[in-house]
Design a protein around this ligand. Structure first.
Ligand code: SF4
Ligand code: SF4
Length: 304
């Protein structure tokens, strides 16, 4: 079977093949779109890790991503790299008393982040028997005719943006890290697809592209971020980034906006006047799997 030309196959020896093609003078006889494709592919493979790129190199990478989206998906996107803001650390609190298991957050997240039809959404909502916190008894694929069910409660789970993230420690090539605003990100162009991070994450948060992602052009969200919802490739990892393409521009995450009951509270943990801080200071809050010391920046609470 033919291997796609990505960073991993490149590292495994595809360099020689490409060099031979180029060296044989084939480039000269190619039409311009093929030359652009090959040029972009080579430059992409030689690209540095995001944190080590100069501002000029980042601009070139963003332009390549936009060209690739036009070529491959026939869509016009804008890809930016809006940086973290000073004095901002993002966090989330979710009111479990209000969650009715409608999964609107799941759908909105899937759309906003240009997720592949081949992949599971970033957010999973787990249905549990009332009174139980035993996640081993949770139903991750519930599908009742109506929600909420009288004898169940619902626990939405996504990347917890851990302060001490097991996924980051597991990555052998530095393709995933924590940004200054607390969001754990992935450089899709640097990921070699080993999936160590997926195994290390205790919250089922990471999704791997086993196949070339399928995102119909009609639902492609065109405002994208390099570390967020830009088009991904086969063989790389992805996950929730608290919608950094939105939230770094002062907007709310798609899941928060879509929730019909107002169960989700997103904000800046460093803002003492914010609703998030109010919840953390006045409610009894819980974090998932506290005993693992991953220090999630995602809290759960109830009205009780
Ligand atoms: S929830 Fe998982 S993927 Fe997200 S930061 Fe924590 S360990 Fe990493
Ligand atoms: S799959 Fe995960 S651990 Fe492996 S390179 Fe990609 S981000 Fe790093």
């Amino acid at each position: 079977m033919t291997q796609p030309l990505n960073r991993r196959t490149f590292l495994c020896g595809a360099t020689a093949t490409v060099a031979t093609v180029a060296g044989a003078g084939v480039l000269a006889s190619m039409d311009s779109s093929l030359t652009e494709t090959l040029g972009d592919t080579l430059e992409g493979l030689l690209q540095k890790q995001y944190q080590r790129m100069t501002p000029e190199e980042i601009q070139e990478a963003l332009a390549r991503i936009e060209r690739r989206a036009r070529r491959r998906q026939g869509v016009t996107i804008r890809c930016v790299n809006t940086p973290p803001r000073n004095q901002v650390t993002f966090g989330f609190a979710l009111n479990l008393s209000r969650c009715i298991g409608a999964r609107r957050c799941v759908e909105a997240c899937f759309r906003e982040n240009n997720c592949s039809e081949h992949n599971q959404p970033y957010i999973r909502v787990i249905s549990l028997p009332k009174g139980s916190w035993d996640l081993t008894r949770g139903d991750h694929g519930f599908n009742p005719a109506t929600v909420p069910e009288p004898d169940r409660w619902y626990l939405p789970v996504q990347c917890q943006q851990c302060e001490d993230p097991a996924c980051v420690q597991a990555c052998p090539v530095g393709a995933t890290w924590q940004e200054p605003d607390g969001v754990v990100v992935i450089d899709y162009d640097w990921c070699i697809g080993c999936r160590y991070c997926q195994t290390a994450c205790p919250y089922w948060a990471r999704r791997f592209n086993w196949r070339e992602p399928l995102v119909p052009a009609a639902r492609m969200v065109s405002e994208t971020h390099y570390l967020g919802n830009r088009p991904r490739m086969r063989g790389v990892m992805e996950k929730c980034t608290f919608c950094l393409q939105r939230t770094r521009q002062g907007r709310q995450p798609a899941c928060q906006e879509a929730c019909p009951t107002g169960a989700r509270i997103f904000g800046n943990l460093l803002d003492p006047e914010g609703e998030l801080r109010y919840v953390l200071e006045h409610k009894t809050v819980y974090r998932l799997k506290e005993e693992l010391h991953t220090e999630p920046k995602f809290w759960y609470f109830t009205d009780v």
